[in-house]
Design a protein around this ligand. Structure first.
Ligand code: GDP
Ligand code: MG
Length: 409
C-alpha cells in the first residue's frame, strides 16, 4: 500500500499540520516531523475522524485555512476541543515578556486567546560564495510583485515574498551580520534560518558558525544545498557532513529539513518556500496587530536629501504615520513610511519591514523600537533612560574609586 507524507495529507484534506499531528497523537501514531510518511490504514482513520468531527460540528473551520499574514481577527468562540490542545502562542508570549515597560499596559492575555497568525521572518546564512545573495535575488525576482510605479527600489534590508502559502519576509542585509548584530543587542528578529551550503564545497567554517548562531538563538533551521546544477555537485556529501555535526537530514531518519536548490536555475526554490511555510505553520507564529507596538531596527542610513531612513521590522502592534518612536535615547515622529517594495503606506502590522522617515539620528541595527503616545511621553521616556544610564555610570565610577582607595596610594 502506498504511504503518504503528513503535510501532503494535511494539504489534501484542507486541515493544518498541527491539527494533523494532534490527530496522530490521539491515535498513538509516532512520527518524526510533518514530512514523515504514514500508512494507508492511518490515512483512512484520519479521514473518518475528520468526517466525524465535521458531522459533530467541532471541526474548526479557521484551521483549514492556510497560514495567512492577514488572518482575520481571532474568533472569540473557538471550539473547546481546539482551545484545549492548541499550542501556546509562544512567540507572542515571549515578545510580551521581553517588552520594556514603556507603558506596562500590555494585556497579559491570561488564557492566551488566539491571536492572528503573522508571516515568518527568514534570515539566510552560510559561508561566503555559497550563494546567499544569488538565492535572495532569485526569490526577489520571482516572488516579489513588480513595483507599480517606475523607479528604483531602495535597498531596505528586507523584502516580502508572496508564496502560494502566504507572505514570507526575508532579511537580506549582507551575510549573517544582521542576524548577529541584532542578536548581540538582545533582539531576535528571525523566526527561521536558512543555512545555505554549496553542493560543491560542503561545510565550511562560516557554515558551522551560522549553524551555531541559529542553534544559540533557538531558531529552527532549514538547510538549502545550493548549486546543484554544477556537475561537481555532491549533495550526498553535504548530508553526510551534516550528520557528523549531529544534524541528521530527514531522509537519514533525523528531523533536519534539507532542500536541494539552484539559485542559478531556480530548481528547488519552490520546495524551499514550501518548507519555510510548513516550518512557520508548526512554529505557530502569531502577533497582535492591536497590541502595543514594538519592533527592531534592521538597518538605517542617511540620505542626503531625505534624511535618516531606518528600516523597522514591526513585531507587535501596528505602526502608523504620525506615531512617535523611541530608539535608545533618540526619538522621532514618523513623517512617511514605505514598504519594502518602495510603495508609500500609512500603516504596517506585525512581520512587516517598513522604511521610516522621521528619526533625527540613524539608529543602529538591532536596536529595539517602541512607541510613545506623544512627543512629551517620548521625551520623558528618553529622560528616564538617560538618567538610568548616568546612574549606572556613576555607580561604576564609584566602585572604581573605592577599589583604588582600598589598593592604597
Ligand atoms: P554569497 O557570498 O553567499 O552571497 O554568494 P553569491 O550569491 O555571491 O554567489 C557566489 C558565486 O556563486 C557567484 O559567482 C554566483 O553566481 C555563484 N552561484 C550562486 N548560486 C549558484 C548556483 O545555484 N549555481 C551556480 N552554478 N552558481 C551559483
Ligand atoms: Mg552575498
Amino acid at each position: 500500500m502506498s504511504k503518504v507524507r503528513i503535510y501532503t495529507l494535511a494539504r489534501d484534506l484542507g486541515v493544518d499540520n498541527n491539527k494533523m499531528l494532534e490527530i496522530l497523537d490521539g491515535l498513538g501514531v509516532s512520527y518524526k516531523s510533518v514530512s514523515s510518511t504514514i500508512e494507508e490504514d492511518t490515512v483512512e482513520l484520519i479521514k473518518q475522524i475528520l468526517e466525524e468531527e465535521a458531522a459533530a460540528g467541532t471541526a474548526a473551520p479557521a484551521d483549514s485555512a492556510p497560514v495567512q499574514a492577514s488572518a482575520p481577527q481571532a474568533a472569540p468562540t473557538q471550539p473547546e476541543t481546539q482551545a484545549a490542545s492548541a499550542p501556546q502562542p509562544q512567540a507572542a508570549a515571549t515578545a510580551t515578556a521581553e517588552r520594556e515597560p514603556v507603558a506596562a499596559s500590555a494585556p497579559a492575555a491570561p488564557s492566551a486567546p488566539e491571536l492572528p497568525h503573522r508571516a515568518p521572518v527568514v534570515t539566510i546564512m552560510g559561508h561566503v560564495d555559497h550563494g546567499k545573495t544569488s538565492l535572495l535575488d532569485y526569490i526577489r525576482k520571482t516572488k516579489v510583485a513588480a513595483k507599480e510605479a517606475g523607479g528604483i527600489t531602495q535597498h531596505v534590508g528586507a523584502f516580502e515574498a508572496r508564496t502560494s502559502k502566504g507572505k514570507v519576509v526575508f532579511i537580506d542585509t549582507p551575510g549573517h551580520e544582521a542576524f548577529t548584530t541584532i542578536r548581540a543587542r538582545g533582539a531576535n528578529v528571525a523566526d527561521i534560518a536558512i543555512i545555505v551550503i554549496a553542493a560543491d564545497d560542503s561545510l565550511m567554517p562560516q557554515t558551522r558558525e551560522a549553524i551555531a548562531h541559529a542553534q544559540a538563538a533557538k531558531v529552527p533551521m532549514i538547510v538549502a544545498i545550493n548549486k546543484i546544477d554544477l556537475p561537481q555537485a555532491d549533495p550526498e556529501r553535504v548530508k553526510t557532513d551534516l550528520t557528523q555535526l549531529n544534524l541528521v537530514p530527514e531522509e537519514y531518519g533525523g528531523d533536519l529539513i534539507v532542500v536541494p536548490v539552484s539559485a542559478r536555475t531556480g530548481e528547488g526554490v519552490e520546495d524551499l518556500l514550501e518548507y519555510i511555510s510548513l516550518t512557520a505553520e508548526l512554529e505557530d507564529l502569531r502577533a497582535d496587530p492591536k497590541g502595543e507596538f514594538s519592533g527592531v531596527i534592521i538597518e538605517s542610513r542617511v540620505d542626503r536629501q531625505a534624511g535618516v531612513l531606518a528600516t523597522v521590522m514591526v513585531q507587535e502592534g501596528t505602526l502608523r504615520v504620525g506615531d512617535f518612536l523611541v530608539v535608545g535615547e533618540n526619538y522621532g515622529k514618523i513623517k512617511a513610511m514605505t514598504d519594502s517594495n518602495g510603495g508609500r503606506i500609512k500603516e504596517a502590522g506585525p512581520s512587516t519591514p517598513v522604511q521610516v522617515l522621521g528619526f533625527s539620528e540613524a539608529p543602529a541595527s538591532g536596536e529595539k523600537v517602541f512607541s510613545a503616545k506623544n512627543e512629551h511621553a517620548a521625551r520623558e521616556l528618553i529622560a528616564q533612560r538617560v538618567s538610568d544610564r548616568r546612574d549606572a555610570e556613576a555607580a561604576r565610577t564609584q566602585r572604581r574609586r573605592t577599589l583604588e582607595e582600598m589598593m592604597g596610594p
